[in-house]
Write a protein that binds this ligand. Structure first.
Ligand code: SF4
Length: 674
């Protein structure tokens, strides 16, 4: 039996995910070990390759992982396969599926191209289904029989047929797809490896799919197996220019043994100089442990203390609890002391949140020293409690549809778009207030990050805080005219224009050739925060720095010429060293000769040896700096890796690169000219 397994990603404008497709690797690994009959399994990530092979290789079973970024693409592939292969069996699985049985039926009724849906965990149920198909049982007969973990529509009476559902209690019955060599094909420098050390989440956040009680018990892979997988991966990554690793657990750091995994990663770093960037959803329940783990791994893992909201009423509805303010501030300052960048995530507009409560929450977060603040629009995920009919009515949820950033394509002359449902208003927040929240959140996203750290040093010198500066910038955004303010207004307009009343409206609008061309050029349908961050750093950097210094001077409110002149010099230096767009647009610049900068204040000394309350105007000294790029080869190799992973568009590359790299890694260096 030929079996095609796919974790497909549109490739029109860069892939949504560059992770090695571990999910289908695990399914293939279990199948290979347990099938009595002979099976030939191929794994696919590229949809065009799978489409080609449907005609040539003619698989008998196609199994595709359904995520929000590929559900429409999967529909197209399944339909295409049904048209071209008479007896093909199409099986979908994955989280882009409802939980409520009535909604599951509705979902499958609308998608007759799917024969079976593997509900929740897929490895064992998929293998059992394949076994039965290989035994010669007709697909139509199987669709009428309840099978464990599988949903289907009865071919005659059209009812939903569902078997029992149970968790996999011993994950080690699934052999490692890394150690068995199944994943070897992805070690080519275009993918980031991912590992899963445990499955499940004990928490009950009502907007999250993992809060389903099916997943509440944590089940772990054997510790030695995890270590062996990591070593296997490191041995292969050492020759590739990809420095990242993803840990896919829901709460990495929740368990004591996670520290042992971190220690093992630390040893790999010593031996292989890999991984240098570790992405994980870290547990907030044992923050000291997460910090220790980060230290074990050379601080290459960014601990994420996600708060989602600071509003107590909203927290009650979402069934979350956050660290109390003092503890939260303390945890962030520990992180700063350890040399890491404090980061958090927020969701807007959750029930009970208002414009004021959202801004107050940001004030608290910024006050705790958090630099990377990402605010997501609340996605109404199928199967979550907060997206239920009852909740929608109770909180007067105003939902809209939008294209998932860059997830679209044209296949066989047919346009295909991935679409998500989001909330843009509730009984406590209007759509206009939602847009203001996004605007304010964007200014925090931009100015609180380490790129603008110099401004924060000035603020600290004058006993001011970054929140007041951002508020001052926010208040003048519709009154000023600059490249930066124009980009900001465009961001707000796009935040509004990206929302549509129905999925069909998104399809109609995006399908028009004029709009489709805009999509292809990346002018619409992108992640707006990421894109506008990149556009500002490339095309509005100078005026963003200008408005920050202008607001700073207003807040300082002084006539002292020394203060003003020193700030002028600092701005000059910052513009010269901190313009990262040059590197991303044309990395040849790093091989150019050094440049000179004449200053009347010793900005370099003040910045490098910074001590709070040592104002730059105390550093008056004529000096000339040479600006150059240090570690040129390292930067060049990173740029090559970003191109391999994220494609040609520099705006996309910058946005992606800044997710796990400090922008200062791409600054020019400066030294004195004697
Ligand atoms: S948001 Fe995180 S902690 Fe909450 S249920 Fe989901 S995975 Fe668990």
């Amino acid at each position: 039996m030929r079996i095609a397994l796919g974790d497909l990603r549109h490739r029109t404008l860069g892939r949504h995910s560059v992770l090695m497709p571990l999910g289908i690797g695990l399914i293939a690994s279990y199948l290979k070990k347990n099938m009595q009959k002979e099976v030939d399994i191929r794994l696919y990530e590229d949809p065009t390759k799978l489409l080609r092979e449907i005609n040539i290789w003619k698989p008998g079973i196609i199994g595709l992982s359904n995520y929000m970024w590929n559900a429409e693409l999967n529909r197209f592939i399944f339909s295409y396969a049904k048209q071209h292969l008479r007896d093909v069996v199409c099986v979908a699985g994955g989280p882009e599926f409802p939980v409520d049985m009535e909604e599951c039926k509705e979902f499958l009724d609308k998608r007759p191209e799917i024969d079976f849906y593997s509900f929740l965990e897929g490895e064992i149920v998929f293998a059992n289904l394949v076994e039965k198909i290989c035994d010669g049982i007709f697909c139509e007969d199987l669709k009428g029989t309840p099978l464990e973990g599988i949903l289907s529509i009865h071919p005659e009476n059209k009812t939903l047929v569902a078997g029992e559902f149970s968790r996999i209690t011993n994950l080690d019955t699934i052999p490692s797809p890394y150690l068995s060599g199944i994943m070897d094909q992805w070690f080519d420098g275009h993918y980031i490896p991912s590992v899963q050390t445990a499955r499940g989440c004990p928490f009950t956040c009502t907007y999250c799919r993992a809060s389903n009680k099916f997943y509440s018990k944590i089940v772990m892979f054997d510790l030695q197996r995890v270590r062996n997988e990591l070593t296997y991966i490191a041995e292969r990554m050492v020759s590739l220019s990809v420095d990242g690793l993803y840990v896919l657990d829901s709460n990495f750091g929740l368990f004591e043994r996670d520290e042992l995994i971190a220690q093992h990663i630390g040893k790999l770093q010593d031996k292989y100089n890999w991984p240098n960037s570790i992405m994980a959803d870290t547990s907030k329940d044992n923050y000291p442990r997460v910090l220790r783990m980060a230290k074990e791994m050379r601080n290459a893992m960014q601990p994420l203390c996600s708060v989602q909201t600071r509003n107590s009423q909203t927290l009650r509805v979402t069934k979350r609890s956050n660290l109390p303010r003092e503890e939260y501030t303390e945890s962030q300052s520990q992180l700063i002391k350890q040399g890491m960048v404090p980061a958090t995530e927020l969701i807007v507009p959750l029930p009970h949140e208002t414009l004021d409560s959202f801004i107050d929450g940001l004030k608290e977060i910024i006050g705790a020293g958090v630099e990377n603040i990402t605010t997501f629009t609340w996605m109404l995920l199928p199967g979550t409690q907060l997206a239920s009919k009852k909740s929608r009515e109770k909180y007067k949820i105003n939902s809209r549809f939008r294209i998932i950033p860059r997830q679209f394509g044209e296949y066989g002359g047919q346009k295909c778009f991935e679409i998500e449902e989001v909330c843009c208003g509730t009984s406590s927040m209007s759509i206009q207030e939602y847009i203001q929240c996004r605007g304010f959140a964007f200014l925090c996203f931009l100015f609180a990050r380490s790129q603008y750290e110099i401004i924060q040093k000035h603020l600290s010198d004058f006993s001011l805080n970054i929140f007041d500066l951002i508020k001052s910038i926010f208040d003048k955004m519709d009154k000023t005219q600059s490249a930066f303010s124009r980009l900001y207004q465009d961001l707000l307009k796009e935040t509004h224009d990206e929302l549509f009343a129905t999925k069909e409206d998104v399809y109609r609008f995006m399908s028009r050739q004029k709009n489709y061309n805009k999509l292809l050029r990346g002018e619409i349908g992108d992640n707006l925060f990421r894109r506008y961050l990149s556009m500002i750093l490339c095309n509005g950097f100078s005026s963003s720095v200008g408005i920050a210094y202008e607001s700073l001077i207003e807040l300082i409110d002084t006539d002292q010429s020394d203060v003003r002149n020193s700030l002028y010099d600092a701005k000059k230096w910052f513009l010269a060293v901190g313009n990262i767009s040059k590197i991303f647009h044309d990395e040849q610049i790093i091989f150019e000769k050094s440049k000179e900068l004449k200053l009347s204040y010793d900005v370099l000394k003040w910045y490098k040896d910074y001590e709070p309350n040592t104002r730059l105007d105390n550093y008056k000294r004529e000096n000339t700096l040479c600006l150059y790029y240090e570690k040129k080869e390292d930067i060049f190799s990173l740029m090559t890796s970003f191109k391999n992973l994220y494609g040609k568009d520099p705006y996309f590359r910058i946005g992606k690169a800044l997710v796990d790299h400090d922008p200062r890694d791409f600054w020019a260096s400066s030294r004195y000219k004697f």
